[in-house]
Design a binder for this molecule. Structure first.
Ligand SMILES: [Zn+2]
Ligand SMILES: [Zn+2]
Length: 440
């Protein structure tokens, strides 16, 4: 069930207290291209995984980028390997640069032959990979503060908003907001330094919306969980624990990131989102959880760096944080890790045994199926599951295999609570025993 994890390069062998979950994500890149993660470290001028993490957490001493051009260049270098034969630039003799597909500007080849042999497969993915490459660059505008765009008060009640179209219908005309970003300095700096031509404005507007949909998918998915479990933010304040928060969620996170929830439930009694995970990154959200109720009508984000069961033992049980009304995990990825027992298992059992309403999201259908299977094996009571109407609309490529269908953040969800009742099965067994007794 769990995919095989490649042997890690020696320089980065995890220690007992290492942050294995993120490391596995990082090294799973290697499963198809040998040594890709090593190349990423090389390109970023980092000697090992620890340094990579330090840089992610903004603790970097010295390494950094001297210019925007260098930053975009190094980002792009991490995608440079031959899509057909998987050779890395360093594997070519004599060393030469790889050629990029001129249509998508996203995949590379070591030779004309490799490009030719790959085209029958690549042609079905090329168009989408062009969007992926564009979105990857446009996403930078989240870190500059240009994105997300300002949103409007909701004119529909939460139960009436069932899709992105419903949500968009309340936002009025987006063009002035998007055009302001198109005309901005950061947008022009982006294309001056990105090493490719600026796309048409129409394409850029669509890309801006896809990147924003990923941003808003997070609060809207939390809201969906609140609705599914019929929690009432108007009768009392709600506490939501966001477990396994990855650095993609917490790097550069702002205390306002979940404010869309206040548009969704105007005048609520206070919503607190506590981000918990070993990869939670230093920043404004890394402040202690609330002991008392949060401010009415506002969303308060706090953070805890560590595994969820540690957080539970060290903080929740000591009453230094509220018990959760809902626990959400975005792409926990426990199906892909062999060390389920070390990290996710205690959390899954804790959620199950304390009967806490919980929701996990998954990137695609196969991840969804595998996760569901694990949860059923753990006898967790699945309440509902399916495609998420508020999934991100921004396609993501599987970095090491670009010629695969794109995945989307929060594409599917699984809601569960408590232990699965096994009464019927036991009854059946008793009946069988009785029958056997009567036969005997
Ligand atoms: Zn090749
Ligand atoms: Zn292409």
């Amino acid at each position: 069930m769990a995919s095989t994890i490649q042997v890690l390069p020696q320089s980065v062998t995890p220690t007992m207290d290492s942050v294995y979950s993120d490391q596995l994500g990082f090294f799973s890149l290697d499963s198809n291209v040998p040594g890709l993660s090593k190349v990423i470290l090389d390109k970023l001028n980092m000697k090992d995984y620890g340094e990579y993490r330090a840089a992610l957490e903004g603790k970097k001493n010295g390494t950094g980028f001297s210019s925007l051009k260098e930053m975009f260049q190094k980002m792009e270098d991490t995608f440079k390997f031959c899509t057909a034969c998987k050779k890395l630039p360093a594997h070519l003799s004599p060393p030469k640069s790889l050629k990029r597909c001129i249509k998508c500007l996203n995949v590379y080849y070591c030779s004309k032959d490799c490009q030719k042999s790959d085209w029958p497969i690549h042609k079905t993915f090329c168009k989408n990979l062009r969007l992926i490459a564009m979105d990857r660059l446009v996403e930078w505008l989240v870190s500059t503060g240009d994105l997300p765009f300002q949103t409007e008060e909701w004119t529909l009640c939460a139960s009436e908003v069932r899709s992105w179209d419903d949500w968009l219908s309340m936002q009025g005309d987006l063009s002035p907001r998007l055009d302001a970003i198109l005309l901005g300095k950061n947008m022009s700096d982006l294309w001056t330094n990105a090493g490719r031509q600026r796309p048409e404005s129409r394409d850029l507007r669509e890309s801006l919306w896809r990147v924003c949909s990923e941003f808003f998918s997070k609060p809207l998915t939390l809201g969906l969980g609140i609705k599914i479990f019929k929690l009432d933010p108007y009768s009392h304040p709600l506490t939501i624990h966001l477990v396994g928060a990855a650095n993609s969620e917490t790097l550069g996170a702002r205390t306002t990131d979940m404010d869309e929830l206040s548009h969704m439930f105007p005048g609520h009694q206070g919503l607190e989102v506590v981000m918990v995970g070993p990869e939670v990154v230093e920043g404004p959200i890394l402040r202690p959880p609330l002991r008392a109720f949060g401010p009415r009508g506002r969303v308060y984000i706090s953070g805890y760096k560590g595994l969820y069961h540690q957080f539970w033992e060290e903080v929740v049980e000591k009453e230094a944080a509220a018990k959760p009304d809902l626990v959400v995990g975005f792409h926990p990825g426990f199906h892909a890790t062999q060390s389920l027992g070390e990290g996710w298992l205690p959390t899954l059992l804790l959620l199950r045994d304390f009967n806490i309403p919980a929701m996990f999201t998954l990137f695609n259908e196969s991840e969804f199926e595998l996760s569901l299977q694990i949860m059923l094996e753990l006898e967790m009571h699945i309440r509902t599951s399916g495609p998420n109407p508020f999934r991100s609309l921004k396609p993501e490529q599987v970095q090491s295999c670009p010629n695969k269908p794109a995945v989307y953040c929060n594409a599917h969800y699984i809601c569960f609570q408590g232990l699965l009742e096994r009464e019927e099965e036991e009854e059946e067994q008793e009946n069988t025993e009785e029958e056997l007794a009567s036969v005997g």
